[in-house]
Design a protein around this ligand. Structure first.
Ligand code: HEM
Ligand SMILES: *[C@@H]1O[C@H](CO)[C@@H](O)[C@H](O)[C@H]1NC(C)=O
Ligand SMILES: *[C@@H]1O[C@H](CO)[C@@H](O)[C@H](O)[C@H]1NC(C)=O
Length: 414
């Protein structure tokens, strides 16, 4: 009897040791790992990761269920990974909630390869042509600001939450690039899109996404993450109908906006490229999402700070009045004469910290970082928060190469 209990215990210990997710050889260090669960119990929502970098260094590892994850902290090391060893770290994880809901199309979660390169080159070129980098963007912003000002004027004397206003403004500027049109703030279509996005951003950053990502076995259960798929489906339908509208009204060779450009590209006969209508639908959603939430949340945070620091607000106003000399609109050139305003805008971006853990990466081959070995296909989390807290080393546009027009948007808003 006694012997069989001992035997049973030994068996259990043996099984537990076998099940335990173990760090590969020379893998970055990290907290002890539980069998099956990994480090999921170490994570809490109030403080998602408990300052592990203090104990284990700038490059440390965790397990989401059985899945190894490497977290990278601080500018120098993040730059070493994402810039110096850019190609090694350029992949995107393909087995997370966010992959399954995008069905691999689009841009943001596309794995590193010829399709990503082709689509990304297309975006950089065409977003520039449609005003991500040119003066036409300024006109769009000025146009949209008029609606923002109207909204503010209507609410004089009342209390008012600017959240939807900023969301709508950011969304409309990107909609003009994509579809050549803006939506009224009351428009049901855009309300639906914004609502789906907001909800999905919440789901993606919440506990259910973490559970989905950690435990593949439960993915088909009817748990709250199903909602994310439904939201993507709703948005996809809307994007599709906008695309169909374009197909009926376009004149081939005379693009009015990003979607027309893409449709022109699809007309090119015969090559086996990654361009397709399904790809375009997801692409539209990616760009809209990437450009809307980031921008509007930064504005929201920025205005909160301005309310709290009226003397900063006043100094901005003085500088703007001095530079504009009675002109009623600021241009992007004026910005160069407003060093104080620019510094304040950078500070907005720093405190807003809208993408604290960046977008997850994954290694494209076996590689090394700070002397540790990281196998191909490891999930990589760049901790951008750690960069924002560093003295002096902050430039968000190194990371978002797509072109951040936020600075200009805010400069014009004042
Ligand atoms: C405050 C404004 C913004 C912030 C803080 C921001 C931040 C970021 C970050 C952290 C990434 C991940 C980079 C990586 O490691 O792969 C990213 C990617 C991206 N951003 Fe931005 N972004 C902003 C505005 C925009 C705008 C206006 C657009 C344009 C529509 C945009 C489009 C994208 C796209 C398409 C990607 C994916 C790029 C790729 O996979 O190659 N972002 N952004
Ligand atoms: C990211 O960096 C911040 C600031 O350095 C730190 O408090 C936090 O614990 C880090 N998060 C992770 C995931 O390492
Ligand atoms: C990513 O999503 C696609 C489409 O939904 C799916 O076919 C693929 O299996 C997913 N990748 C992984 C590794 O789960």
């Amino acid at each position: 009897m006694f012997a069989s209990i001992i035997l049973l215990l030994i068996c259990i210990v043996f099984i537990v040791i076998q099940l335990k997710s173990r760090r590969p050889k020379n893998f970055p260090p990290g907290p002890p790992v539980w069998p099956i669960l990994g480090n999921i119990l170490d994570l809490s929502l109030e403080n998602p990761l408990k300052d592990f970098e203090r104990t284990y260094g700038n490059v440390y590892s965790l397990f989401l269920g059985p899945k190894p994850v490497v977290v990278i902290n601080e500018m120098k090391t993040i730059k070493e990974a994402l810039v110096t060893k850019g190609v090694d770290f350029a992949g995107r994880p393909q087995d997370l909630l966010i992959n399954d809901s995008s069905e691999r199309e689009g841009l943001v979660m596309t794995d590193y390869g010829s399709s990503w390169k082709e689509q990304r080159r297309f975006a950089l070129m065409n977003l520039r042509n449609f005003g991500m980098g040119k003066d036409s963007m300024e006109e769009r912003i000025h146009g949209e600001i008029q609606y923002t000002v109207d909204t503010l004027e209507k609410s004089i004397g009342k209390s008012f939450s600017p959240q939807n206003m900023f969301h709508n403004a950011a969304s409309n500027i990107i909609c003009q690039v994509l579809f050549g049109k803006r939506f009224e703030y009351e428009d049901e279509t855009i309300k639906t899109v914004v609502q789906c996005f907001t909800e999905n951003a919440k789901i993606a950053n919440g506990p259910w996404a973490m559970i989905y990502d950690s435990f593949p076995l439960i993915r088909s259960l009817p748990l709250p993450f199903r909602r994310a798929f439904k939201n993507v489906e709703t948005c996809r339908k809307i994007a599709k109908s906008l695309m169909n509208e374009h197909k009926q009204t376009r004149v081939p060779g005379e693009p009015r906006d990003f979607v027309d450009c893409y449709l022109d590209r699809l007309d090119k006969p015969g090559d086996r490229s990654s361009f397709s209508e399904a790809q375009l639908t997801m692409y539209i959603l990616d760009l809209h999402f990437a450009g809307t939430d980031t921008t509007s949340n930064t504005l929201l945070t920025g205005f909160l700070y301005l309310m709290n620091y009226p003397h900063v607000q006043e100094r901005c106003q003085q500088e703007i009045d001095m530079v504009l000399e009675g002109k009623d609109q600021a241009s992007s050139e004026d910005r160069n004469n407003m060093p104080y305003v620019q510094a304040v805008i950078h500070e907005f971006q720093r405190v807003a910290n809208t993408v604290p853990l960046s977008i997850f990466h994954s290694t494209t081959k076996d590689t090394e970082l700070n002397g540790y070995s990281i196998p191909k296909g490891t999930l990589i989390i760049p901790n951008l928060t750690s960069v924002l807290n560093e003295e002096g080393g902050f430039r968000i546009c190194i990371i978002c190469n797509t072109g951040c027009w936020l600075e200009r948007l805010i400069a014009v808003l004042f």
